[in-house]
Design a protein around this ligand. Structure first.
Ligand code: ZN
Ligand code: ZN
Length: 317
């Protein structure tokens, strides 16, 4: 129907199952959006703890900027006032805005946090990586970056821009994965032998050295958005598909990256009747191994043990 608003079917972060989040969000967003128009309650991806943790803690921020000795503490610029840490264990609206700091001043963060930034996007390492490599792309367009991803990515010129930046980050993520795991990979053996000087490289017709191809690391990297993001600022997850991380602690974590709750960037713009607009109780879906498809039901510990075995085999591919 022509009168349908483009947000039809969207799940907003405000529609959380956490009553505290919901009330804070409704209050804070009142002037911005009428949440009564939006469909009811669904689940979001992360836990309170992580949402708060996405903001760089005060001591860690200092550490990442380098130690401050007595001299630099006296003579250096005063540290910028930091946002107050949340006073309770409850998620606050401010905490959900934690990614905003990267957008306003990406150059103030160390390379260990910000991977690259351009006028249109900032790429960062996820603070709670759920895989061997896990980064976020934060588009900077003020007209889009507080919209729900389904709405923001429905705009073709913006989508094209996000795709271009995401492709750049995906390429870097693939190279990082190769750097970390390449030495274990059977497909890289020929290449490693040449690089280590244990084998003669071949040359092309012009006499240029040609390295053996090696593994296709790009196919190990996934790029997408959560159907119900926990953070207010638009962000695209770029991650290796192994789901091997000590930060992978809950069924909800696992399912948020391995079910269709994670919507690939390639699938945008989403059709208005795309079923992924209505997620239902996705955290309660059975956990399936990303590699072999084995069903672990709700047995997270068993899945974790299995993921370790799969990781060892996968890295040796
Ligand atoms: Zn997310
Ligand atoms: Zn498996």
């Amino acid at each position: 129907m022509a009168s349908n608003h483009s947000t039809a079917g969207l799940k907003r972060p405000s529609a959380s199952l956490d009553p505290d989040v919901e009330s804070t969000q409704k209050h804070a967003r009142k002037s911005e959006i009428d949440s009564s128009e939006l469909p009811a309650v669904t689940e979001e991806a992360l836990t309170e703890e992580e949402i708060q943790g996405t903001e760089l803690p005060l001591d860690q921020a200092a550490e990442e900027h380098g130690p401050r000795n007595a001299f630099s503490a006296l003579m250096g610029p005063k540290p910028k006032p930091q946002p107050k840490p949340p006073s309770t264990a409850k998620t606050t609206f401010a905490a959900r805005n934690g990614l905003g700091a990267y957008l306003t001043d990406p150059g103030s963060f160390p390379a260990s946090r910000v991977i690259f930034h351009s006028p249109t996007a900032v790429a960062i390492h996820d603070m709670f990586p759920k895989a061997t490599v896990h980064c976020l792309l934060l588009p900077r367009s003020p007209a889009h970056n507080l919209l729900h991803p389904f709405e923001a990515l429905a705009d073709p010129p913006f989508l094209a821009q996000v795709r271009a930046e995401a492709a750049k980050l995906k390429d870097l993520a693939a190279k990082e994965l190769q750097r970390i795991l390449g030495k274990h990979s059977a497909a890289e053996a020929g290449r490693n032998a040449v690089l280590n000087g244990e084998a003669e490289p071949s040359t092309d017709a012009n006499g240029t050295v040609v390295l053996p191809q090696g593994r296709d690391w790009m196919r190990e990297i996934k790029v997408g958005v959560h159907a119900v993001p926990s953070m207010n600022h638009l962000h695209v997850h770029v991650f290796s598909r192994d789901m091997h991380s000590e930060k992978m602690k809950k069924r909800k974590h696992y399912n948020s990256f391995t079910t269709d709750f994670m919507v690939p960037l390639d699938d945008f713009p989403l059709a208005i009747d795309d079923p992924r607009r209505h997620q239902g109780k996705w955290p309660e879906r059975p956990m399936l191994c990303w590699r072999c498809g084995k069903n672990f039901g709700n047995q997270f510990q068993k899945l974790t043990e299995h993921l370790e075995v799969e990781f060892q085999a996968w890295k040796r591919e």
